[in-house]
Design a protein around this ligand. Structure first.
Ligand code: ADP
Length: 693
């Protein structure tokens, strides 16, 4: 091959290669330009995103800054990684400048830290700010990484200064209200105590006066003094009870008690008032009601007396029935009357404080409107309920439902009157219903009718003839039944008992006093002599006789600073056949009691005396007594609080009597404790359980 061809071939190859290279270059440049264009697009998109993110962060920061809460984040060393403007303002450094610093507000006070269920914790802090002290409620949340490690702590704080101020104001006003309430209760307790003392004198003196020979006018006036005094005493007791309830100081005094005397006692106490209005009062206790229960007998009696007292007060015709039944482990006490009833709209209101049914002034009955409110609270304290079933014109039945705690009973057998055929002839539906219910519950076959014309045919073991029928009707019924009845029992009201002896001669076998006591009813059904109420009623015929204690004459030391009360107490002690010795203060009481020459048998100690009070005197007597001899000391006080009783017993006293002094209670206490000092009768020790401590 020649050289030219070689050169030409090389040139051609070069040219081809060059063209290829140029082509390649052109093509590569285009690709690059395309990539560059694509990159430009991406950059634009990214720029937009960055812009959007910035905008979003701005918006979030704006939001975070705009809300009043303080927000700060710190790393594990406590260095701030984020703070919002509110936090910056609080600390006095801009939020941006705070990042990387370890700064916080000045804390003046801090509440205890509370751990929350979600792992966060919270606490309130009082901090110093340029505008004064503020309270901040902090909540600290741990911020965790993907592996659960706590990397940062986010704290959010809310200004609660206003709330704290409101809470403090509320606490202050509550404390003020409580102390005002306490002061009011103390005031009421003091005032009622102060009123009771002279009232004790009024009632006691009226009693003494009524024991003397009086003209009928004088007796009416003395009765009125006594009646008004008793009304005032009830009023004071209600107000005192109410103040105790308000102050949360009404405590129950639990002890075993017999239910029967409470129910019969309430009926007998209200008997005269009811009979004066021509109302009948009857009681009924279902035989399955346990005889002995554990509870606060005094408070239960108070509730019953209030309900039955209202029933008598508001009822004009018919009568009142007090009944006790059992519903499994509950005791149900009902007081039913045939009075005006209560309008549905008033039913709940009357249980409120100072509420009375009728609001027109002219129709107001006497009373505070506190009785039902107090009763409901007492029953609630006993774990029970007090309700009423009533309608206008249809009478009212108040029901107390109480959980029952049966006390160990002495085992009085549940006496049955199986198949005894009893006829009750009485014009009183109340009396008829109660007697039929009581006799039937004991297994008797009891029938009732309201007069001569309705007497059913047949023979009867016993007929109860109500003296309310009138003398003529009683005689007629007696004649009609003479061949058909084995025994006739006359039912009289206490005021009519003088009629009984004449009727005994006309063939009456026995008699009962209404409201009829269960024991008397059973005795009469068994055909035995007069029951306890009847014996007591027969004894009352000679009421002028002084009340003389059954025990030996004692020397009774009376420590009492109030002259009138001392006079009353001395007279009562004298009437009981004892010799009173009077001292005016505790120190003299202790000296006399411990003086062998005075030979004191028993001390009646007023609790409140100037300088040396009853408690200190009792302690002095106990300290001064040698071994062996223990002088009975009975506390006398106008305060009926359980804690006073406890204080008296703790100071070494033996028993406790409340003023106004009740002479039967005084007689019982002197009899009982007086005998303890005089050697001998085992009866005294046995009976000791009867006087409640
Ligand atoms: P008070 O008897 O002192 O007014 P209570 O709280 O005992 O106060 O009674 C409140 C009101 O309930 C009475 O004023 C009376 O209107 C009404 N109330 C209570 N018992 C009876 C009842 N047995 N029959 C009719 N209304 C009654």
């Amino acid at each position: 091959m020649d050289a030219f061809a070689l050169v030409a071939g090389g040139a051609a190859a070069f040219a081809v290669a060059s063209v290829a290279a140029v082509f390649h270059l052109v093509h590569g440049r285009r690709a690059l330009l395309r990539k560059a264009a694509a990159l430009e697009d991406t950059v634009e998109v990214l720029t937009d995103r960055v812009f959007e993110l910035a905008e979003s962060e701005e918006r979030h920061r704006g939001l975070i800054d705009a809300q009043g809460d303080l927000i700060v984040r710190r790393d594990r060393q406590g260095t701030i990684t984020f703070a919002n403007r509110a936090f910056g303002d609080l600390v006095g450094v801009s939020a941006a400048e705070l990042v990387g610093l370890d700064r916080g507000p000045v804390v003046i006070d801090r509440s205890e830290e509370r751990r929350e269920a979600d792992g966060s914790c919270s606490a309130d802090e009082m901090i110093a700010t340029p505008t004064g002290h503020r309270w901040i409620a902090w909540r600290h949340h741990p911020i965790r990484d993907g592996e659960g490690r706590c990397e940062e702590m986010q704290s959010v704080g809310r200004d609660i200064t206003d709330r704290k101020a409101a809470e403090a104001a509320l606490a202050l006003s509550t404390a003020r209200a409580e102390s005002a309430n306490e002061a009011k209760s103390r005031f009421l307790a003091t005032v009622s105590h102060e009123i009771r003392t002279p009232l004790n004198g009024i009632l006691g003196m009226a009693d003494l006066l009524l024991d003397t020979r009086l003209s009928p006018d004088q007796k009416t006036y003395a009765d009125a003094v006594k009646g008004s005094g008793e009304a005032l005493l009830t009023l004071i007791d209600e107000i005192l009870d109410f103040s105790k309830i308000e102050a949360g100081r009404l405590d129950l005094d639990l002890a075993p008690f017999d239910l029967l005397p409470i129910i019969e006692g309430a009926a007998e106490l209200l008997g005269p008032r009811a009979q004066a209005k021509g109302l009948d009062v009857a009681t009924s206790i279902a035989p399955d009601v346990p005889a002995r229960l554990t509870g606060d007998a005094t408070r239960l009696r108070q509730v019953l007396l209030n309900l039955a007292g209202n029933a008598v007060k508001f009822t004009e015709t018919g009568g009142v029935t007090i009944a006790a039944t059992r519903d499994e482990d509950h005791l149900i006490l009902t007081v039913a009357d045939t009075g005006p009833g209560i309008a549905t709209a008033d039913v709940e209101r009357i249980f409120g404080e100072f509420e009375q049914g009728e609001t027109t002034f002219s129709r107001r009955h006497s009373g505070t409107g506190l009785g039902l409110a107090i009763s409901r609270r007492i029953v609630a304290l006993m774990g029970g309920t007090l309700t009423v079933a009533t309608a206008l014109g249809e009478g009212a039945t108040f029901t107390v439902r109480l959980p029952m705690t049966i006390a160990a009973t002495a085992g009085t057998p549940d006496e049955r009157l199986a198949d005894l055929a009893v006829l009750i002839v009485s014009p009183s539906p109340i009396e008829r219903a109660a007697l039929v219910r009581r006799l039937t519950a004991r297994g008797a076959d009891a029938t009732a009718c309201d007069g001569l014309l309705d007497i059913p045919p047949g023979l009867f073991d016993t007929a109860i003839l109500d003296y309310r029928l009138g003398e003529e009707s009683v005689a007629a019924v007696l004649a009609v039944l003479s061949e058909r009845v084995q025994r006739t029992v006359l039912l009289v009201r206490p005021a009519e008992r003088s009629a009984v002896s004449a009727w005994r001669q006309k063939g009456i076998g026995g008699w009962l006093v209404s409201p009829v006591r269960e024991a008397s009813l059973l005795m009469q059904m068994r055909g035995e002599g007069p029951g306890p109420a009847e014996r007591a009623a027969e004894g009352e015929g000679s009421a002028d006789q002084p009340l003389v204690s059954a025990g030996p004459a004692l020397t009774v030391l009376i420590a009492e600073d109030n002259d009138i009360n001392a006079l009353l107490c001395r007279k009562l002690v004298e009437k009981l056949g004892h010799r009173p010795v009077w001292v005016k203060d505790g120190r003299a009481a202790a000296t006399t009691a411990l003086d062998p020459a005075a030979s004191i048998d028993l001390v009646l100690m007023d609790m409140q005396m100037p300088e040396c009070d009853g408690l200190s005197a009792a302690k002095m007597i106990r300290a001064g007594e040698g071994d062996g001899r223990r002088l009975p000391i009975i506390a006398l006080t106008a305060n009926a609080f359980a804690e006073d009783r406890a204080a008296a017993i703790a100071a070494g006293m033996d028993s406790f009597l409340t003023k106004p002094l009740d002479r039967d209670r005084l007689a019982e206490a002197i009899d009982l404790y007086g005998k303890v000092t005089k050697p001998g009768p085992a009866r005294a020790t046995r009976r000791k359980a009867k006087v409640r401590r």
